[in-house]
Design a protein around this ligand. Structure first.
Ligand code: SAM
Ligand code: SF4
Ligand code: F3S
Length: 444
């Protein structure tokens, strides 16, 4: 088989990262090998994200850059995949002749056929919602990802239709993969060396697979994965407050591998705004989940996503959000100014003043960043558990993450990648903890 090189540039969420890895797995059957040099590819895939501002423009900008890279070379087969491809479909082929293939997220099972059929004068587009066929195809393609911390998509799509969000339009309706297929793939990842698995879905805690009158939920997957001795840590993202069911909450007392870190987006601290957003939960619902989890384990920390400057957000609504940050000390959170997305209900609403939104975002981020700094500072001089992911290039230092997913860089000479190391934290900044291997009790 003739060897060809493929490069994928990935934008957006962890699900896109997982998808890019699965595309690599699929095209390897055609003789494509992954390259990390973006100027030597026979096939170049942009795996795109449509969630906020100027997503489309960014893609055309990227293509302009790629054109320059290949100015004096054979042009690569240019594929635009991901959520922008789904939203814009054949429009992109019309506007930019450099693109050869448009591939929506639910059509990745067709990638090999599209590449086989490719000729310079054939433009192809696949943006059908065909999730069952996609996962059916990939169930038979071995997952070759060999990272210590691996992603595993268990659920895709969304039926919630928050008024600001494009995901229901780009990823289609909610679909949960069969329980045994998820477990098979988890076993492959563990065999490849994964010691941490993050279960993924746009609404991962809405996972529900029914077979022989039994319903399998996210809690069943977590309890099952708990049994694999090589697997040290389990995480999941992104979850929705509405689907934070009792069985999942109880996992935090039953599972020793589920990390005490819950990424649970609230978006706003104002019930009025949550209703305008069609979020289907209130601030009180959220606080109840927070209190229940804190009661189970006081060490559990929360992170969240916030949308600031949503249409209709008054100073009082904003203060409600700001006050919530005093009640819950969120760490590792994301906050953005509302960005009107084409086709969504909120895009038709009147925007609030951009300068006011910017000012509010600044105040929210100051509070979130301070929380983060404080949390990291509180770990200084203590010894914490770190899952070691890799050694830093040409240094006697290692990279790993603590249980709250914060990056940890530490010195150590006799350290084992894939093991839990006990690291004494010496200093920290907003994003990273720094330390050295605690020599008395080394890697477990
Ligand atoms: N399913 C998750 C949930 O229900 O919270 C969120 C998934 S979405 C891919 C990730 C985050 O992007 C959202 O939580 C939201 O904060 C942000 N987001 C989505 N649409 C946005 C918009 N139009 N403007 C600004 N931020 C947006
Ligand atoms: Fe988007 Fe999440 Fe709302 Fe679904 S639940 S529409 S993915 S923000
Ligand atoms: Fe972006 Fe699509 Fe993920 S819009 S955030 S890549 S689901």
């Amino acid at each position: 088989m003739l060897e060809k090189k493929i490069f994928i540039k990935t934008f957006g969420c962890q699900m896109n990262e997982y998808d890019s890895n699965r595309i690599y797995d699929s095209v390897s059957k055609l003789g494509y090998i992954k390259t990390t040099n973006q100027s030597e590819a026979d096939c170049y895939i942009l795996n795109t994200c449509h969630i906020r501002d100027k997503a489309k423009d960014k893609v055309y900008h990227e293509i302009g850059r790629i054109k320059k890279l290949y100015r004096n070379k054979q042009k690569p087969v240019m594929v635009v995949a991901g959520c922008v491809a789904q939203a814009e479909n054949e429009e992109m082929l019309k506007r930019e002749p450099y693109i050869d293939i448009i591939l929506g997220p639910q059509s990745y099972h067709k990638v090999n056929n599209l590449l086989k059929k490719h000729t310079l004068n054939l433009k192809q587009e696949e943006t059908e919602f065909d999730t069952i066929s996609k996962f059916g195809y990939f169930d038979d393609v071995k997952n070759k990802d060999n990272k210590i911390s691996a992603f595993l998509t268990i659920q895709e799509g969304c039926d919630k239709f928050c008024h600001f969000c494009v995901v229901p339009y780009t990823r289609g309706p909610e679909y949960s993969r069969p329980f045994n297929k998820v477990i098979n793939e988890a076993e492959q990842l563990i065999e490849n060396g994964a010691r941490e698995i993050t279960l993924l879905g746009q609404n991962v805690n809405a996972y529900s697979y029914k077979e022989n009158s039994k319903e399998y939920r996210l809690s069943h997957l977590i309890n099952h994965l708990e049994k694999y001795s090589e697997l040290k840590r389990i995480r999941y993202t992104t979850s929705h407050p509405r689907d934070m069911t009792e069985d999942l909450i109880q996992c935090y007392s039953l599972s020793s591998k589920l990390m005490p870190f819950v990424h649970l987006p609230i978006q706003s601290g104002s019930n009025k705004i949550l209703e305008l957003m069609n979020r289907k939960h209130t601030v009180e619902d959220y606080l109840k989940i927070y209190e229940q989890l804190k009661e189970i384990n006081n060490e559990i920390e929360f992170s969240s996503d916030f949308i600031i400057g949503y249409p209709g957000e008054t100073q009082k609504d904003f203060e409600d959000t700001h006050n919530l940050l005093k009640k819950i000390k969120f760490i590792n959170s994301f906050s953005f100014i509302f960005s009107p997305r084409p086709g969504t209900k909120a895009s038709k609403l009147e925007m609030i003043d951009r300068n006011i939104a910017k000012e509010r975002l600044k105040l929210v981020q100051e509070k979130l960043f301070n929380n983060q700094i404080e949390k990291n500072k509180s770990m200084e001089n203590s010894t914490i558990e770190v899952l070691v992911e890799n050694k830093l290039d040409k240094q006697n230092k290692f990279f790993g993450r603590n249980k709250y997913i914060s990056p940890v860089i530490f010195e150590g000479s006799d350290c084992h990648i894939g093991k839990i190391a006990r690291v004494k934290i010496i200093s920290s900044n907003q994003n990273t903890l720094f330390g050295s291997l605690n020599k008395k009790k080394r890697a477990a």
